[in-house]
Write a protein that binds this ligand. Sequence first.
Ligand code: ADP
Ligand code: MG
Length: 633
Amino acid sequence: MTAASDTSAAARTHVFEADVARLLQLMVHSVYSDRDVFLRELVANAADACERLRYEAIARPELLGEDAAFRIRVICDAANARLTVEDNGSGMSEGDLVEALGTIARSGTKSFVERLGDAGAKQAESLIGQFGIGFYSAFMVADRVTVETRRAGEDAAWRWESEGKGAYEIAPLAPGEAPARGTRVVLHLNEASKSYAEPWRVEEIVREHSGGVAVPIDLVETPGDEPRRIADGAALWAKPKAEITAEQYAEFYRGLAGQFDEPALTAHWRAEGRQEYHALAFVPGARPLDLFDPARKGRAKLYVRRVLITDDADLLPGWLRFVRLVVDSADLPLNVSREMVQESPIFAAIKRGVTNRVVADLVKLAEKEPEAYAKVWENFGAVLKEGLYEDPEKRDELFKLARFRTTKHPDGGRSLADYVKDLRENQTAIFYLTGDDARRLAASPQLEGFRARDIEVLLLSDPVDAFWVSTALGFDGKPFKSVTQGAADIKSVAFAEGAEKPATETDAAAATLIAFFKETLGEEVADVRASDRLATSAACLVAPEHGPDRRLERILAMGGQGASVSKPVLEINAGHPLVTALASRYAQPEARALVADAAWLLLDEARLRDGEHPADAAAFAERLTRVMTKALG
Ligand code: ADP
Ligand code: MG
């Protein structure tokens, strides 16, 4: 016999991993008002376990034995203040128990715990409200939780027990005490949560939160009663749309996403023809915690004829990773490995179909409900923009979705179509400025000449912007052009009325000064020249005419991609009072040193405006001190 029947073996005490202990601390002391969600989490785990075994049984049908009908059973025991959730799914081995219930494996829960680190208790409450937190939420309502389980196909059975206070115990179970297969989670409800053993209450919660689960759910009102079916286990995605309410979709989304918000977009369709599949996709109403996880993993569940193959199928491009998706295919092969399923050409066709549909629905939403769409863009725009760079084929459609902050619409929401509609006469390009901070961008001296001509400029502050904008060919026949690149061809655009105009003429004195600057700054700059883009500032830095955008260069250099930053061009506003004063001082030979200092200071000032540092901080400080002393002297 195996160790399982040896009930004399002592229970072993284990200590929770530090993160679990913190999470439990929070759950045990939770005053979170919507505690009902614990039941949804336990039912979801039971359903997951059934789906896991359903998959395993494809290769090993003997695992199911006589009992091929999966079900979840919820057993109320009001007299003893107990609630049990039981399934005939995969069950857990001893190792599984330690791994699954003693540590935090799940990525969502992990980032939840990371957030806890800096969140106060109050905020932690609202975090529970926003994110599914799995098994441990049972400790919101129970002061003791017992898990009895047997892994399908194994003799050994185990009891896991904890009061949620830092340690748990695992002991072997006698065969008669354990479920024949699967897991029984018994909650010993705490004083404040006794009503969760009342059948009417449980039925209500299950119907509300777990109606779309793909395994049937039975309710037992008091121990010994006949089970009564309260949810039919028909997968939501396979039901006709007309039979599904918005609330049912929303509940299903919450269970799928582990989030508690309303989906911003729901797309449910059935593909017919070459590939047959059901698909149900949601765009979340709030940002998932791991949106910018470098792994860029999506969250697509793939079923083949109702059998869950994997819950992280690569069914969406990285730039749609925020979409929650279920696909149930009629055509993919069942009895091959997960990896092979994903290499099938059918899989690739489904991926294309799903991607096209989601993008098309987003475009529709943007056209028909601009306000609802604005929120989607606010949450996920930075991710969608990755597609502009990665997926040239989709670029035109993504341009319909993109919204921007511009000099004329500093709060964002501006589409390229609207930008192009409002082009100034003789304006031939779409102008942009990239940087780290949208507010600082708006104050950049480089924009002065554009403002003077009333030309709108896109303010691009997401890191990905510098990439797509440098590869995109244009929109509506207009190229994208950085305002830092060369002498922007805006001369033929008329000045706006009453605008502060850039100096357009350079007199001989200014030209001499500029030549002296160039000589003084030498190798530090590619060129010094008079500017026609500055109206109120004395100087700014731009990229050489045919060089790459300055910010893109910096990002590449930081990423160690070998690219060296090319030298900028210093542009001087010949009409600026400082420049005219310097030009006349230059005529006096004894003032040369001061004018040279000014050249360096103007260069460093322009660097600072771009968010860079002076090349030599000590020299910068010395010059500044000299010039200030002179000014006061
Ligand atoms: P998640 O379900 O997101 O993985 P949970 O905290 O809800 O996170 O559950 C943790 C793990 O515990 C699960 O991944 C699973 O391995 C295991 N588990 C929980 N409940 C069951 C169950 N009823 N049957 C089998 N395994 C379970
Ligand atoms: Mg779970």
